[in-house]
Design a protein around this ligand. Structure first.
Ligand SMILES: [Zn+2]
Length: 170
């Protein structure tokens, strides 16, 4: 089932950390400049889970934190705020990284041949590894055969093309 979120900020939070992050993200949108403790009490999450989500989102520049003195207690607290204008940039960066990974995988597939014994639980081997094992599977001892990876490469090429088109359409 595909879950739709009301806001791209909440959606990103869900992709990064699941339900806890969604709760924290919604609390941040409902209460701008909330503290850790306010978010914890609004969400019912433990303060440590709230902080884990906040520090992660902060590390990705998706929220900002301002250090202010708590007037009642005298110590410093952070007030957190969603950076919704950073969400699009974050998504773009993630897409670029994903595209880069696919391209690297494709060139890896192009540069390497793989060998398999056809036992699903055994590992695929590179040509070099297969040669070292004298073309016998080191796990089960069966003969290793060259895998035809052209279908996988076609699928990679198709996906890369699709992502590049999508990037250009913007
Ligand atoms: Zn095997």
């Amino acid at each position: 089932m595909k879950i739709e979120y009301e806001d791209s900020f909440v959606k990103i939070a869900s992709l990064l950390g699941g339900e806890d992050y969604v709760k924290v993200a919604r609390a941040l949108l409902n209460n701008e400049n909330a503290t850790d403790e306010e978010i914890a009490s609004a969400t019912g999450l433990k303060i440590n889970s709230v902080r884990k989500a906040l520090y992660d989102l902060f590390g990705r520049s998706l929220i900002t934190g301002i250090r202010v003195r708590d007037l009642k207690r005298g110590w410093f607290v952070y007030r957190w705020k969603a950076q919704r204008d950073q969400v699009d940039g974050f998504i773009e960066t993630q897409k670029k990284k994903a595209l880069e990974r696919l391209k690297q995988r494709l060139s890896y597939e192009n540069e390497h041949q793989f060998y398999s014994c056809d036992t699903p639980t055994c590992k695929k081997l590179t040509f070099e590894e297969a040669m070292e094992a004298f073309f016998k599977c080191p796990t089960c001892g069966k003969n290793l055969n060259l895998i035809d990876n052209s279908e996988f490469k076609n699928a990679l090429e198709w996906k890369i093309g699709q992502m590049q088109e999508e990037a250009l359409a913007k």
